[in-house]
Write a protein that binds this ligand. Structure first.
Ligand SMILES: NC(=O)c1ccc[n+]([C@@H]2O[C@H](COP(=O)([O-])OP(=O)(O)OC[C@H]3O[C@@H](n4cnc5c(N)ncnc54)[C@H](O)[C@@H]3O)[C@@H](O)[C@H]2O)c1
Length: 382
C-alpha cells in the first residue's frame, strides 16, 4: 500500500486552479510510489474559498496558511501565491519541516531568493521544488534527452523569447504591475521560464550578460475596481544577450506587449550537428533539423512528442498523437514531485530552490546590465 502524502495548496486563483487539477488527476494517470491526498487549501477570500475547495476537491480549507506550520498531518505545501509572499511562506514551512513546491519566479528579488535557497539547504529532511512546468512538456523533455545524447554536438546559439499581448494600456494595475508584489514585470514572469528552459536544455550555466534593455511603456494603470490611476513600476519588456559557459550565445526577450502573440514561448537551439525548436502554442511538437542528413534531403522534421514509449510521459496519457495540453505540464511535474517524495527517480530532473536561485541570478544580472548599460559577469552577482 502506497504511503499517503498530505498535500496543501496556498492560492485559489489561476495557479490555484491549474495545480488543483494536477492534484486531482495525477494518481488517476500515473503509477506513483505515494498516494497524494488533497488535504487542504488556503486562500484569502473566506467567502469564495469553501466553494472553491469543494469544486476543486480539497477536503479542508483555511484563510490562514500559517495553520500548516503546526499541522503535523501536512507533508507537502504548494505555494501558488504572488511573488512577494513566496519567501515568507516557503521559509516558515521549510523550518517546520514541510516539503515545499513553490511557483516561479522563486522570489521577487535575488536577496529573497538567496534566503530561500539557504533555508532549503538548512532544511535537511524537507525537499524543495519549483513550478518550471514547461520542462515537462513531452517535447521539451524529448529535446532534453536528445541534447544529453549530444545529438546537436557543440551548442552555438540559444534563441528564446516569451511574447504575450495582454498587458496593454487598458489592463488594470494588477499585482503583476506592482514592484512591491511582483518584483519585476515580464522579466520575472516570462524570462524566468525561458532562462530556466535554456539552462536546463543546454545543461550549462550562463556566465555573462553582454547587454540588456528594460522598458516600461505604460507607467500608469487604472486601479482595479476604481477609476483612479496608479503607478505601474515594473518592466513591460526586457531583452538581453548572454553567453553560456561553453561559449554558446543566447538571446532572451520577454514582453506583454507583442500584439498577436498570446502565449508565444519559443526556444531554438542551434548546434554543430543540428537544431531544435519548440513553441508552447504547439507544445506537443518538437522541430529537429539534422545537419548530417544528405544536403538534398535536409529540412525541419516535426517530431510529435506524444507518439510512443520513448517519449517522456507518454505512458501516463493517450495513444500515439492523441495530444496533451497546458494543464498536463503541471500534472507531469506533480507526478515527478511525488516520485521524488516516494524516493523514486523523476522522469527528467526537477528544479529545486538552488536551481531556481541560479535562474534568479541570471535575471538579476540582466537587470543590472540594463540599468548600468554594461556587461555583467555572473560571478559578480551572488
Ligand atoms: N508556472 C506557470 O506557468 C505560472 C503561470 C502563472 C502564474 N505563475 C506564478 O504563480 C504565482 C501565482 O500567480 P497566479 O497567476 O495564480 O496569481 P493570481 O493573482 O491569479 O492568484 C494568486 C492567489 O494567491 C492568493 N494569495 C495572495 N496572498 C495570499 C496570502 N497571503 N495567503 C493566501 N493566499 C494568498 C490570492 O488571493 C489568489 O488566490 C505567481 O508567482 C506567478 O508568477 C506561474
Amino acid at each position: 500500500m502506497a504511503r499517503n502524502i498530505n498535500c496543501a495548496l496556498i492560492g485559489q486563483a489561476f495557479m490555484g486552479r491549474a495545480h488543483s487539477n494536477a492534484y486531482r488527476q495525477v494518481a488517476r494517470f500515473f503509477d506513483l510510489p505515494v498516494e497524494p491526498i488533497m488535504h487542504s487549501i488556503a486562500g484569502r477570500n473566506g467567502e469564495t474559498l469553501p466553494g472553491f475547495a469543494r469544486a476543486q476537491g480539497w477536503q479542508n480549507w483555511t484563510t490562514n496558511w500559517r495553520d500548516y506550520i503546526d499541522d503535523p498531518e501536512i507533508d507537502l505545501v504548494d505555494v501558488s501565491t504572488p511573488n512577494d509572499v513566496h519567501r515568507e511562506m516557503s521559509i516558515a514551512l521549510l523550518e517546520a519541516g514541510k516539503n515545499v513546491a513553490c511557483e516561479k519566479p522563486l522570489a521577487s528579488t535575488l536577496d529573497e531568493a538567496r534566503e530561500m535557497r539557504d533555508a532549503a539547504k538548512k532544511a535537511k529532511q524537507a525537499k524543495t521544488f519549483v513550478w518550471f512546468n514547461y520542462r515537462r512538456s513531452p517535447a521539451i523533455a524529448t529535446a532534453w534527452k536528445m541534447l544529453r545524447k549530444k545529438r546537436l554536438g557543440q551548442i552555438y546559439h540559444v534563441r528564446a523569447s516569451y511574447l504575450q499581448s495582454w498587458g496593454g494600456p487598458d489592463t488594470p494595475l494588477l499585482w503583476r504591475f506592482q514592484k512591491k508584489h511582483a518584483g519585476t514585470g515580464a522579466h520575472g514572469d516570462l524570462n524566468a521560464h525561458i532562462v530556466d528552459l535554456a539552462r536546463f536544455l543546454v545543461g550549462e550555466e550562463i556566465t555573462e550578460i553582454h547587454g540588456a534593455i528594460e522598458r516600461t511603456f505604460i507607467k500608469q494603470r487604472v486601479k482595479p475596481g476604481t477609476k483612479k490611476k496608479g503607478r505601474s513600476d515594473v518592466d513591460d519588456a526586457v531583452l538581453f544577450l548572454a553567453s553560456f559557459k561553453g561559449g554558446a550565445t543566447a538571446s532572451f526577450e520577454a514582453t506583454r506587449l507583442a500584439g498577436g502573440h498570446l502565449n508565444d514561448n519559443t526556444i531554438e537551439i542551434n548546434g554543430e550537428k543540428g537544431s531544435l525548436k519548440w513553441n508552447l502554442e504547439n507544445l506537443n511538437e518538437l522541430w529537429f533539423h539534422d545537419n548530417t542528413d544528405a544536403p538534398a534531403e535536409q529540412g525541419w522534421r516535426r517530431i510529435m512528442a506524444t507518439s510512443g514509449e520513448n517519449h517522456p510521459y507518454y505512458h501516463a496519457w493517450w495513444p500515439d498523437g492523441h495530444i496533451i495540453g497546458y494543464e498536463h505540464t503541471f500534472t507531469n511535474e506533480l507526478a515527478d514531485i511525488l516520485m521524488v517524495l516516494g524516493r523514486k527517480k523523476p522522469t527528467i530532473p526537477l528544479p529545486d530552490f538552488e536551481d531556481a536561485y541560479q535562474t534568479q541570478r541570471v535575471l538579476e544580472a540582466a537587470l543590472i546590465s540594463a540599468r548600468e548599460r554594461c556587461a555583467i559577469k555572473l560571478g559578480s552577482v551572488k
